[in-house]
Design a protein around this ligand. Sequence first.
Ligand code: IPD
Ligand code: CA
Ligand code: CA
Ligand code: CA
Length: 264
Amino acid sequence: MIRSALMTVMTAAAQKAGRGLKRDLGEIENLQVSIKGPGDFVTAADKRAEKVLFEELSRARPGYGFIMEEGGVVEGTDKSHTWHIDPLDGTTNFLHGLPVFAISIALVRDEQIVAGLIFNPATDEMYVTEKGQGAFLNNTRLRVAARRNLAESLIGCGIPPLARAKHHPVFRAEFGALLAVAGNMRRLGSAALDLASVAAGRFDGYWERNIHSWDVAAGILLVREAGGFVSTADGKDDVLDGGSIVAGNEYIHRNMLATLRQAH
Ligand code: IPD
Ligand code: CA
Ligand code: CA
Ligand code: CA
């Protein structure tokens, strides 16, 4: 359990925004939906949740900056602290009434992720972490899975929307290579919950391209604090701005990177 003042602020903000998402899930047929690009939607629920998070976190920590999926960058007066926020990760699932979506909040201090929270209001699963304090699901400490063999592993992944055609050859080659060696693969539709699933040992690994810092910042720290490894698809540590991600325990992570290298 993490009982810091910071985590109290983060959980309170997530719970407040989560109540709104739960209410909106019950009314999805009346939700205002706009299309950001092919296969990329935003709803009034995303925007309402983001507004709640912005207001609550600004009030509790005045001056911190924000990088948000819908609202973009809001510069703070405190240049060393930035919140990376996805108010609704898994909008497509949400729109279809699938209860697989989450709020993702991370705090970055001087380029280091220092705290992360992933909350699925539909299942009441609250994942929290702070640097050096471990990773937790509700009150249970998390540990990544111990499996070492890719052939027995369950690997999460993401599928980029059709419009991002330039990534398709890379995506197909990498997906095919992983599928050929993994026990099996899954696509949840929420990058944050994919990473939370790795931290919880439900998935052995996770791979995705075309991700943004707000999708993964909280999940990266959660996996690392649960004893796992996270890098870009070409093995670099700088995943926040790297655009691709591979996560797993030491062995699965290493084997996934080797598999991806051979895919090209
Ligand atoms: C999306 C989800 C999805 C991932 C996409 C993301 P959104 O976020 O995390 O799993 O494959 O790349 O954009 O748009 O639902 O917040
Ligand atoms: Ca989106
Ligand atoms: Ca997202
Ligand atoms: Ca989102």
